[in-house]
Design a protein around this ligand. Sequence first.
Ligand SMILES: *Cc1c(COP(=O)(O)O)cnc(C)c1O
Length: 402
Amino acid sequence: MKRHTGQDRSITQNWRPATQAVRGGTARTEYGETSEALFLTSGYTYDRAGDAAARFAGEQDGMTYSRLQNPTVEMLEQRIALLEGAEAVRCQASGMAAMTAALLCQLSQGDHLVAGRAAFGSCRWLTDTLLPRFGITSTIIDGRDPDQWKAAIRPNTKLFFFETPANPTMDIVDLKAVCDVARNAGITTVVDNAFATPVLQRPLDFGADVVAYSATKMMDGQGRVLAGAVAGSNDFINNVLLPFQRNTGPTLSAFNAWVVLKGLETLDLRITRQSENALKVAEFLETRVPRVLYPALKSHPQHELAMRQMTAAGPIFSIYLDGGRKQAHALLDALRLVDISNNIGDSRSLMTHPCSTTHAGLSEEVRQEMGVTEGMLRLNVGLEDPQDLIEDFDQALRAAGL
Ligand SMILES: *Cc1c(COP(=O)(O)O)cnc(C)c1O
């Protein structure tokens, strides 16, 4: 296979993000196709037995089996690595496969990690339920306060794990401050960057070691496939993550990788427009509901920090109603344009009641401490005309008595 001449990393890494998102990682076959080829193959053939032996010995370039390598998946990995400013990336079958691999590949019995309390429900299940079964303990803290990260460090602390902005309360973690604490203590920082994407925030630039993604969200961007990715140094990806990934098999399918490659082409356009739309809708809702939590609004308690480490605030925010679950469900039921759906990152506007859906599996106590109350709703603002969204909310708020 002949590589596109532009794919010399010393050249592509100097492209600006919009160029990388469209062209980064592309490897053309001898047919010279413009759009990335989709390699639906589980295996590969060899001209001679000696070639197979050499490839398995790592002495010959080439692929051996799609759990280990696939040309379409590799294109996506290289594109994400460029966007993220990472030396290397490996993709997984879902965001949770990425999070699980990023943690389990480097933790062992007796290790300790510190994690931010505001987190995706399944990420909390990993730290609170799965890891303790293997003798890996965790301390869950308020990630907004850098001092709490420092205070939670023990002699056996291996890892800091957090998302920012965090799902669904939009807590912001000070990337620079927390990564500095970790670095000084020899601790690895793993950041779940699903809400921001490299368009809005690049955690590696602030000193993070590993960035993990649900590419299901903004990277696909049109609600089609599940995908995940882990970015880091060559050493971490090849020597720590890869042995775990190759042997446990959370591999991304080539078809899903191809869909996400197409999604990345418009990532910058979509996130920029969706952030603009979200701000307009948030400003409207702020005039009608008791509380809107969106980092782009001055009313967000960490507005300045968020705008220092992000270029815009993205499509997602939360609102709080006083009338509990009854009023929250009434608002959802009255929506005509915005869909009731717990997905995010889609080009459609979607709204969910986290307390009775995404965060229903957590205890009431954990929900309270995370700020997931009965009156909270989470909104993903899509690419529709924001005025249509505002009109839909206007009528639905009235139907819900607001
Ligand atoms: C959706 C999400 C995940 C999980 O990703 P999947 O692709 O659904 O497995 C993890 N973290 C955050 C912040 C998410 O929003």
